[in-house]
Design a protein around this ligand. Structure first.
Ligand SMILES: [Zn+2]
Length: 79
């Protein structure tokens, strides 16, 4: 199975939903400073807006959408 979510994040496909708020990307987002800086793990799938299963580790995080697969911060070069 292709991890569609990881593919979308790696290739920079425009998100439909905000990964921190789960709101449509076209709406105004109210973000915490750390989320704005990109330090927070995504909580929502950016493709479908579903709440993801997120696990935060000391060295990063991984998140899983039941429809669009898994993404790991290690693949994105983030910490
Ligand atoms: Zn999804």
């Amino acid at each position: 199975m292709v991890d569609e979510l990881q593919f979308a994040m790696l290739t920079g496909i425009k998100p439909e939903f905000h990964p921190n708020t789960g709101r449509p990307f076209s709406e105004d987002q109210v973000l915490s400073p750390s989320a704005r800086a990109g330090y927070e793990a995504p909580r929502y799938c950016q493709i479908c807006g579903r709440r993801m299963k997120v696990q935060v580790r000391p060295d990063g995080w991984d998140a899983q959408c039941s429809r669009h697969g898994e993404v790991d911060s290690a693949y994105l070069g983030q910490r």
